[in-house]
Design a protein around this ligand. Structure first.
Ligand SMILES: Nc1nc2c(ncn2[C@@H]2O[C@H](COP(=O)(O)OP(=O)(O)OP(=O)(O)O)[C@@H](O)[C@H]2O)c(=O)[nH]1
Length: 962
């Protein structure tokens, strides 16, 4: 049977040849053109694919875009074609992670929901750079014109993206950093799947898709050279030594034919990818001296050609040596072998960006820790990290091997390589870590019924404004109450203490955290430790509600901790406790006597007045608002409160047992520290043998010092404790590499809402005067955006933005709004590190506008054009196959592959919206070429280039808002 040709098949199937070709490509079959013949099985494949497509709704497969994506690695978050094994797999894990995982289990009909929480659903994901390859097509979406993308370069000698059998769906779609449409050409980025503002690497306009954040204050300049590997400057960058400029005459020996033409600083089309023939560097001319490029035949004297296929005459003069400064025949031989071996390897493994990387089958799940690097990923898939760097560059992202990458980048990379990436949060990881030791704290807690639970004392933190008497109050409570009768009372400060008081004839215990202030409280919360059950807010009756009173109150409320107000210093003549009650009512703390539910107690810490009443109030609040119970009959679990290194005793840590009972001799792990409890002491310095729930106790025996807020647990075996600690140590090291955790930003708020991650925009407002803060808060709270989203001002205050503000924002995922204020010292760094967004305004309406837009999902980042580099065209090389190639000299800045470009002739813009489709330096593909060097530039299908024209490149960068 005669093999059918593509156009015949197309005709038969009633589609255009182009469609047939692209469908075949999607099916993993490469055909050269419409007149190419295809094998009968391939024809059959096409027929059945199109038959399948015909059955789907028309909207799912518009003309020219293949609907089915067989064997295509589903991009995470993409609308999965069917719940095959990939969809089925996560189901096994579903019960523990209900909200996220449940989505993964849904059947195909719900496929658009199968996305990672960070990725909006398909209709919202119209950000061209990410969504296009994933969606069959969203109705009405404007598909960008097909064009080459990294790895799909028609010039490329190696089709980087050519995964065997699995061409990328929508290969015509732009890649990040590739042919991203200009603003207006498609939706700029509605609902782009980023939680933070557009980051480089995800900026639809950016030419350089680096890993830097798009956060305005962190925007960096272009990535310094040398970060990329493989395709980085090492290969593509300018080579100062002897390769760039014209060779002086006579070097390399006489070259009757084919040697590099001295002085001929002219790039040739051979620089462009795809030329497997001799590659002429700038300054060299192909053999034969003919004008223009020519394929060197065997013995053609292809001086200056290093590649096999260039047909340099073996042993002929003017071989690779002269032009490229490389070895002669021997080197060439070696290289040839190497090339062969590489070819062989490449045949075995699919290649992306010219490197072979083990590919997954689209369902292979790779779990990575938040903040993981390419090296971590490489380890999991048994790949060379340097190859992953190259692949990433081809995807328009730049990263070093050890740089921490965010989830989006891993998803992008995973989708390209056929892996399903799961980035696990520290909490998940902790859970999994425990699970791997058969410890399931949640299940353990859930299984505890009333029969095993016993009441436990409340744990109290004292907070309040400076000098309102927190320390004095804690001392007063301690000195009057701590196990009265014991010699000397409390002898040492261990970070927490327990007292006994009598309420309604019953002895009740209360545990106080001995570090007053909300800073420690929030720092612990930031570490995930919810230690406090009740907050005592100390307010001096002679002073009133002060900024830190409000701050403390906000912190407690944000944590959902009930508050008891201690109105202190009532011994002072100017004390006015009633005023305090009135003031706090404004903050939602309404005294019981006014009909509210907050207990206010007037005390004097100095004179020990009403301390018992305060303790009663604490116990009553605990009884009324909380049900505090724990199972004392199990291995101890709790939190480290304080720790220090004692010269004589080693690591001394105070831990608060939250459930179970800790005994001397138990193996424990606290954070990354572990050991066996050698001895335990209470707050009186008395040695104790065991400590039950809510009991603070000083522990000796850990190998290192845990941090305040680190959780601890005792394990049946010391080995387990050690292994857990070691894993945590490793995790901590990795986390250090995580430069930044992205949190919520105003720009990404609607995406986070759409992804179901949040429904409340938490704000912290800091201003220069209280009137402005109030006015801003009032106006913000009046914004009406319906019921799906809410606005919550979790803290407001006057003065600079402090570390505490950032800590609170970290814990509660809030955005800080600074009105006529700036961050205090080192706060910017902290915010930067924690990924907390701070927005600064001097016009109240701008702030209101931004917040309103964010709530309505309309706030889009603003971009501005930033010039990157200019190249002057020195010569034009015409090729019927590749189009016109500009031999150019870079006069300013840096020219980067894939950056947006315009052509300027005699001062007028001849063509805009071009892109540097190919960039070559000598025979090598270059990622970028710097000022003062020559290169070959291909502008894709744009051919109207003349000598003397200027190619200007630019990128759109996010503009900081005023
Ligand atoms: N008259 C009177 N003075 C008090 C009372 N409580 C505390 N003070 C005094 O107020 C001052 C501040 O008390 P601290 O306990 O240090 O206050 P603090 O809130 O812990 O202060 P910081 O640790 O700086 O935040 C000290 O001089 C105390 O003696 C009280 O009930 N009556």
């Amino acid at each position: 049977m005669a093999k059918p040709r593509v156009h015949e098949l197309a005709k038969e199937l009633g589609i255009t040849s182009k469609e047939a070709i692209s469908t075949l490509q999607t099916l993993g079959e490469f055909v050269r053109g419409a007149s190419s013949t295809v094998e009968p099985p391939v024809a059959k494949k096409l027929r059945s694919a199109l038959a399948g497509r015909a059955e789907k709704p028309a909207a799912a497969a518009p003309a020219g875009r293949p609907a089915s994506k067989p064997s295509t690695a589903p991009r995470p978050g993409a609308s999965a074609p069917a719940p095959g094994p990939a969809a089925g797999k996560p189901a096994e894990k579903a019960p523990e992670r209900a909200p996220e995982k449940a989505a993964e289990q849904r059947p195909a009909a719900k496929a658009p929901e199968q996305r990672s929480p960070e990725q909006p659903s398909a209709p919202e994901r119209s950000a061209p750079e990410r969504s296009a390859p994933q969606r069959p097509a969203s109705p009405g979406a404007k598909a960008p014109a097909p064009g080459p993308r990294p790895g799909n370069n028609p010039f490329a000698s190696q089709q980087g993206m050519g995964r065997s059998g699995a061409p990328r769906p929508g290969s015509a779609a732009p890649r990040p950093g590739g042919n991203a449409p200009r603003p207006g050409s498609a939706a700029p980025r509605p609902g782009a799947p980023r939680p933070a503002g557009p980051r480089p690497g995800n900026n639809p306009f950016a030419a350089q898709q680096g890993m830097r954040s798009g956060r305005p204050e962190r925007q960096g300049g272009p990535r310094p050279q040398g970060q990329g590997q493989g395709q980085g400057p090492g290969q593509g960058g300018p080579r100062p030594q002897g390769q760039g400029g014209p060779r002086p005459q006579g070097q390399g020996g006489p070259r009757p034919q084919g040697g590099p033409r001295p002085g001929g600083a002219r790039p040739s089309p051979n620089m462009m990818p795809g030329h497997t023939t001799g590659v002429a560097p700038i300054g060299s001319r192909p053999a034969g001296g003919g004008a223009g490029p020519r394929r060197g035949g065997p013995g053609g004297g292809g001086g200056g050609f290093s590649r096999p296929g260039g047909g340099p005459g073996r042993g002929g003069r003017g071989g690779t040596q002269g032009a490229f400064g490389r070895g002669g025949a021997r080197g060439k031989q070696r290289k040839s072998k190497r090339a062969k071996r590489q070819e062989l390897e490449q045949m075995k493994a699919p290649s992306v960006g010219g490197v072979s990387v083990p590919h997954g089958d689209g369902t292979t799940v790779v779990r990575l820790r938040r903040g993981a690097s390419l090296t971590d990923f490489a380890e999991k898939i048994n790949a060379n990290p340097a190859s992953l760097v190259t692949v990433l560059i081809h995807l328009g992202e730049m990263a070093t091997q050890t740089q921490s990458l965010d989830e989006e980048t891993f998803q992008l990379l995973g989708a390209e390589l056929g892996y399903r990436i799961q980035v696990v949060s520290p909490e998940d990881e902790e859970r999994e870590l425990f699970e791997s030791f058969d410890i399931d704290l949640e299940a353990e807690a859930a299984a505890e019924g009333d029969d095993v639970l016993e009441a436990r004392p409340p744990v109290v933190t004292v907070m309040g404004h400076v000098d309102h008497g927190k320390t004095r109050l804690l001392d007063a409570i301690r000195n009057t109450k701590v196990i009265e009768g014991e010699a000397g009372g409390i002898t040492q400060h261990i970070g927490a203490y327990q007292i006994a008081t009598e309420v309604d004839g019953q002895e009740r215990q209360i545990t106080f955290i001995d570090t007053p202030g909300h800073e420690a409280f929030t720092a612990m919360r930031a570490r995930g430790a919810q230690v406090t059950d009740i907050a005592v807010l100390v307010v001096a009756a002679d002073d009133g509600v002060m900024p830190q009173t409000v701050e403390a109150l906000n912190h407690a409320q944000a944590a959902g901790v009930p508050i008891v107000v201690a109105v202190n210093k009532i011994d002072k003549p100017e004390a006015n406790p009633e005023k305090i009650r009135g003031q706090l009512t404004e903050y939602g703390l309404v005294p019981e006597e006014y009909g509210g539910d907050t207990m206010f107690v007037d005390v004097s810490a100095r004179q020990n007045l009403n301390i018992d009443d305060l303790l009663d109030a604490i116990v009553l609040t605990a009884d009324g608002a909380l049900e505090l119970s724990a199972n004392p009959n199990k291995d101890a679990r709790g939190v480290a409160i304080e720790a220090n290194l004692d010269k004589g005793r080693g690591a001394v840590s105070t831990v608060l047992v939250q459930s179970g009972t800790l005994h001397v001799g138990d193996a424990i792990v606290a954070g990354a520290a572990y050991g066996r409890v050698r001895a335990m002491f209470d707050e009186n310095g008395q040695s104790v043998e065991e400590a039950g729930p809510s009991r603070p106790v000083q522990v000796l025996g850990l190998d290192s010092v845990p941090r305040a807020g680190d959780t601890f647990l005792s394990t049946p075996e010391e080995r387990t404790a050690r292994q857990i600690a070691e894993k945590r140590q490793a995790a901590d090291r990795n986390a250090l590499l995580a430069k930044r955790r992205k949190r919520i930003t105003l720009e990404s708020f609607d995406e986070a809402v759409a992804a179901g991650k949040i429904d409340t925009l938490n704000l912290i407002i800091k201003g220069d005067v209280s009137g402005a803060v109030e006015a801003l808060e009032d106006s913000l709270l009046k914004i009406d955006v319906g019921e799906e989203v809410q606005l919550r001002v979790i803290h407001r205050g006057v003065g600079a933005i402090t570390q505490n503000d950032v800590n609170l924002a970290t814990v509660d995922n809030a955005i800080i709004i600074g009105f006529n204020v700036r961050p205090a010292e080192r706060v910017t760094e902290l915010a930067d590190r924690e990924g907390v967004e701070m927005k600064f305004y001097s016009v109240i309406y701008n702030a209101i506008d931004d917040v309103e837009s964010a709530l309505k999902g309309m706030l889009k980042p603003e971009y501005e054009e930033v010039a990157l580099g200019t190249a002057e065209i020195r010569e034009v090389y015409r090729s019927s196959k590749w189009g016109n190639i500009a031999g150019a000299y870079i006069t300013k800045g840096t020219i980067r592959r894939n950056s947006k470009a315009r052509l300027v002739r005699d001062g007028s813009v001849v063509a805009d919206n071009l892109s540097i489709d190919s960039l070559r330096r000598f025979k090598d593909d270059a990622t970028e070429v710097r000022e003062g060097y020559e290169c070959g530039i291909g502008l894709g299908s744009f051919n109207d280039i003349h000598e003397g024209d200027l190619i200007e490149t630019w990128e759109m960068r996010e503009k900081p808002r005023a």
